[in-house]
Design a binder for this molecule. Sequence first.
Ligand code: ZN
Length: 245
Amino acid sequence: MKIPWLSKARISKTASSLMADYDSRMGFSVTPPIPVEDIIERHLGLTLSFDDLEEKLGMADVLGATYVRSRRIVVNERLLEERYEGRLVFTFAHEVGHWVLHRAYAEEAARQGRASEMIVCRAGCAKEPIEWQADYFAACLLIPEAAVIRAFDAAYGTDALVLHNAQQTLGRPGLGCIEPCAENWPFLAAMVCEIGGFTNVSKQAMIIRLQDLGLLVNASGAPLGWRKSDAQLHPANTVSASRPF
Ligand SMILES: [Zn+2]
C-alpha cells in the first residue's frame, strides 16, 4: 500500500492531537501510563481482540492487524502468552498509529480492489515506511515529549546525558550510583520510566525515545539494545530486534 512520507514532527503532532481529544473526553489531562486500550475501545470506538493471526493469515511473525472497514484491531495472542507488557502495549499503540495515519489509504486501496481493508504488521517489516510511521506514532503516544522531558529533568537535570564507555566516565551530579555509560542504559532508562510513571513502556522503547529527543546521546560507540543475555531471558525480543519493545 502506498502512503505519503510524513515528518517526525507531523506524526508527533497527530499523536498529541489524539491525546488532546482524549483529554477532552476524560475532562482532565491524562498522564503516563497512557491507557491505550481505553483509547482504542472507548475513545476511538474500535474492537480490540486477540487471535492466532499466524494461523488465520497463514503468515509467520505477525504481531497485529488493523481492519479498517470493520473497525477492529486484532493482536496476535502469542504476545499475551509472553506476558511482556511493554511489547503488548507498544503493539496496541502501533495499531492505533495505523488507524489514525493510514486507514484512509487502506480504505481507498480496498475500494479500488488493489488491496484488502487489512493492514498486517509483521516483526520483520519494521523498516518499511508504513511500519516505521506507526512505530514512531506509538512512541509519541506512549511517551509524550513534555512528560518525558519532565521526568528526565527530574532524574538527570536539564543537560543532555552523554554516554561514554565506563573507563571514560567521570560521573555527574544527580546520577546517584548510576554511571552514565552505555552498558548501564537499562538502568538509566528505568529511572526515567519510574519517575515519569511510564509503567507500561519498555526500557528499550524509552532509551530510543530519549535519544530521538536529544536528551541522551550515545557517544560510546557501543549499541544500546538487547544484549545476547537479555535475548536469552526474553526470547521474544529476538524475533523483532529492530522494534522498540
Ligand atoms: Zn504495523
